[in-house]
Design a protein around this ligand. Structure first.
Ligand SMILES: *Cc1c(COP(=O)(O)O)cnc(C)c1O
Length: 390
């Protein structure tokens, strides 16, 4: 019987170290490996190309996503750029229109000048992906749930469209992790992660990964990893390996907390302060049914919108973000600490204003990344901070 994700998180890719039996994978801090004679080595020549700590992490993450191959990078953005180098000038990409800001910046300001064009579509409408596909479309890129509006993309439906046309489907699974969503099982070709977020989970590393079961793509990604050189350090790989062991436990607690907090926030709607709560686990989410089918849990990201008050939604949001004491006002997400942020002023400030408004990232929008603290403490903090803005 194949092992469950809780077991894989602790053990996959990490047999005891052969020379000493060390149960924890050592940090192989070395740049080169001594060869017995010219060209005679044990599979390790130079550490950009091979590093045992990195290999342990790659094998572990591949196992969690149910992939045959894993390739790790220095950041989520490095993983994204490397995937896009599977394509060439003249190729076309169809992507969701509510992407991580850094991903949008890569598409528009790094890849477009090199000849790769991207069309953005509403990720909630598979038919919009179909309509945007052209003969030169080689890749579809989606995040689901999206950031920060938590729209859900029907992965099986989009995967089927891609399969019929021989187009690659890459899914950024950072928000869900393999604990809550397995895109490869739904037909995706590639899964991309910013391991900076939930996978490491302790807000102390920047990292990225790409997982696939396609041997040809894996070979090409490994070539690009070495040729382009955006590799993670062995120390960072060690820290991510340590973090990932508790990923299923952390996610379980974070989702439980998020469900409680989302319900509490939803109870405040209509009271003059909160206009709307966006969380896939609430029946009020427009795609609640799809979310329940596609995801093993609703995740631990919650967005909510403040109403205009006497001071206006923007000032109200500023008040809340200055008043929190337990939650930290910070970018990023997925760590053990609860974070709160204002997308329009922080994570999504680089988007042009008209695009932000078209997407619905307004002045009153606040995003929460729920941590593992006691839920009553998080609730008490939100309650006192929101009271200041009432
Ligand atoms: C953070 C993030 C990225 C980029 O990852 P870095 O590790 O910061 O380079 C990509 N996608 C999503 C969904 C993210 O949250």
């Amino acid at each position: 019987m194949s092992q469950r994700i809780e077991t894989l998180a602790v053990h996959a890719g990490q047999p005891p170290e052969p020379s000493t039996g060390a149960i924890s994978t050592p940090v192989f801090l070395t740049s080169t490996y001594v060869q017995q004679g010219p060209g005679e080595h044990r599979g390790y020549e130079y550490a950009r190309t091979q590093n045992p700590t990195r290999e342990a992490l790659e094998a572990n993450l591949a196992a969690l996503e149910g992939a045959r191959f894993g390739v790790c990078f220095a950041s989520g953005c490095a993983a994204t750029v490397t995937v896009l180098h599977l394509l060439r000038a003249g190729d076309h990409v169809v992507a969701g229109d509510d992407l991580y800001g850094g991903t949008f910046r890569i598409f528009e300001r790094v890849m477009r000048p090199l000849g790769l064009t991207t069309t953005y579509v509403d990720p909630t409408r598979p038919e919009a992906f179909a309509a945007a596909m052209r003969p030169e479309t080689r890749l579809v890129w989606v995040e689901t749930p999206t950031n920060p509006l938590l729209k859900i993309c029907d992965l099986a439906a989009v995967a089927e469209l891609c399969r019929q046309r021989g187009i690659l489907l890459a899914v950024d699974n950072t928000f869900m992790t393999p604990v809550l969503q397995r895109p490869l099982e739904l037909g995706a070709t590639l899964v991309v992660h910013s391991t900076t977020k939930y996978i490491n989970g302790h807000a102390d590393v920047i990292g990225g990964a790409v997982l696939t079961s396609d041997e040809g793509l894996a070979e090409r990604l490994r070539f690009l990893q070495n040729a382009m050189g955006a590799v993670p350090s062995p120390m960072d790989c060690f820290l991510i390996l340590r973090g990932v062991k508790t990923l299923p436990l952390r996610i379980e607690r974070q989702v439980d907390n998020a469900v409680r907090i989302a319900r509490w926030l939803a109870e405040q709607v209509g009271g003059g302060l909160i206009e709307r709560v966006i969380y896939p686990g609430l029946p009020s989410h427009p795609q609640h049914e799809l979310a329940s089918r596609q995801m093993r849990g609703p995740g631990a990201m919650i967005s909510f919108v403040l109403q205009d008050g006497r001071q206006g939604a923007l000032e109200r949001a500023r008040t809340v973000l200055r008043a929190v004491r337990l939650a930290s006002c910070a970018e990023s997400l997925g760590g053990v600490e609860t974070l709160i942020e204002h997308p329009a002023l922080m994570t999504h400030a680089s988007l042009p204003r008209d695009q932000r408004e078209r997407l619905g990232i307004g002045d009153g929008l606040i995003r929460l990344s729920v941590g593992i603290e006691h839920v009553d403490d998080i609730l008490a903090d939100l309650e006192q901070a929101l009271a200041r803005a009432a």
